[in-house]
Ligand binder design. Structure first.
Ligand code: FNR
Length: 379
């Protein structure tokens, strides 16, 4: 039987738990744990999903919902789906085709893709695979500003239309599971492509990565995160590119206000899927105050804990203009490559569509109304 025939024999997966289980079967213990786990005691990881249960939707009926519009507008662009694929690094650990399989699936559905700095394939290869699919580039500001600017230039040239700067990673979270397993995908080389192909990075090395891979990886690990980064550096980056800049990892309303002061074009309310500061506020619980502080001045994106259609709608009713999903599509990739990601995207789109119909809403935009959602404590 051909690979395709085998794939088509796989029965569809609808439940998130089943998706996670199928991915687990395909992966080594270390890789699955790397994707699934959070930092510390995983308080924040759990809180992210729990937070959704505290908010309840209040539908209104006898509206015409015979056609439903899932499209959104962010930064002057219209996207056909209300979610984007979150930047997830090291995808070669989940599947040999890694980001390229995800990019093919994204292209089929025209779902925008946010490519990670620490991807297994280069940002240029991902861009080629995406064709005309909207794409943003997620930037980890490195200790070498020249390298950071080089990444910016490459992203501009490869047709990325926004830069997502992740601010919640001055250092990697204390990820007990990965420390226990001694599994660090950067060390395995899964996140090196953008660095090894970069002239500025190569210049930093005594010998090329092809000649001494271990030394090149050591250097990469050494410079990936810049703990000295401050708002002043942001002003520098703002001058370096004409592309919109979006800050990912905003939880405090003060950071949202500073972002606006520094000319940032959007924020992502996110706690990195519970992988950074353990004990941090659940992303959904942080959203209302950030939305209040932003007061419509710049778009707000949201991630961490989105699993189903109603989650998307709850986040949008609490002030998000769009959401990102992380682990669900990574599990699809692990379980069945491009087809697995396509399946996850199709099911989520169908779930959102059904959520609209059963909530009496004819568009996702109509969900952006505070009275559509109610906190349990107020019911
Ligand atoms: C991530 N995330 C992430 N974020 C980022 O800005 N750059 C990155 O390279 C990565 N890498 C990464 C790897 C893995 C395995 C995971 C699970 C997550 C965080 C990601 O963009 C997003 O914030 C969360 O995944 C959202 O939470 P959910 O949807 O996974 O609950």
């Amino acid at each position: 039987m051909s690979d395709e025939a085998v794939k088509s024999k796989l029965s569809p997966i609808y439940r998130y738990k089943d998706l996670e289980r199928h991915a687990q079967k395909k992966l080594s213990h270390e890789v699955f744990t790397y994707i699934q786990s959070g930092s510390g005691h995983e308080e924040t990881l759990r809180a992210n999903e729990e937070a959704f249960k505290k908010w309840k939707l209040v539908p209104e009926f006898l509206q015409d919902v015979s056609t439903r519009d899932l499209s959104i507008s962010v930064l002057g662009q219209t996207y056909p789906s209300p979610f984007l694929l979150a930047p997830v690094g090291h995808l070669g650990a989940a599947h040999p085709e890694g980001e390229l399989a995800v990019a093919r699936a994204a292209r089929g559905k025209q779902v925008p893709y946010v490519a990670s700095t620490v991807s297994t394939y280069t940002l240029e290869e991902i861009a080629d695979t995406l064709g005309d699919t909207p794409r943003w580039f997620q930037l980890y500001c490195s200790k070498d500003p020249e390298l950071t600017v080089s990444f910016l230039r490459r992203a501009e040239k490869a047709g990325y239309s926004a830069i997502v700067i992740t601010i919640d990673t001055p250092a990697l979270g204390f990820r007990e599971a990965d420390l226990t397993n001694q599994f660090f995908p950067v060390r395995e080389g899964y996140g090196s492509a953008n660095y090894f192909q970069d002239p500025v990075f190569r210049n930093r090395l005594d010998v090329t990565p092809e000649q001494n891979r271990a030394a090149a990886i050591d250097e990469l690990v050494n410079i990936t995160f810049q703990p000295k980064l401050t708002w002043k550096d942001l002003a520098f980056l703002r001058e370096q590119t004409h592309l919109p800049i979006i800050l990912k990892g905003v939880l405090h309303p003060n950071d949202a206000k500073r972002a606006i002061d520094y000319g940032v074009d959007g924020v992502v309310v996110s706690n990195h899927g519970g992988r950074q500061l353990d004990g941090a506020i659940a992303s959904l619980d942080a959203l209302p105050k950030v939305a209040e502080a932003v007061n419509g001045r710049i778009p707000i994106l949201f991630d961490s804990g989105i699993r189903r259609g109603p989650d998307v709608v709850k986040a949008m009713s609490l002030g998000a203009d769009a959401v990102l999903i992380g682990r669900p599509y990574v599990y699809g990739l692990a379980y069945n490559g491009q087809a697995g990601v396509e399946e996850v995207l199709s099911h989520l789109l169908a779930d959102i569509d059904t959520t609209l119909a059963t909530a009496g809403k004819s568009s996702i935009r109509a969900c952006q109304a505070p009275e559509f959602v109610q906190h349990l404590s107020n019911s």
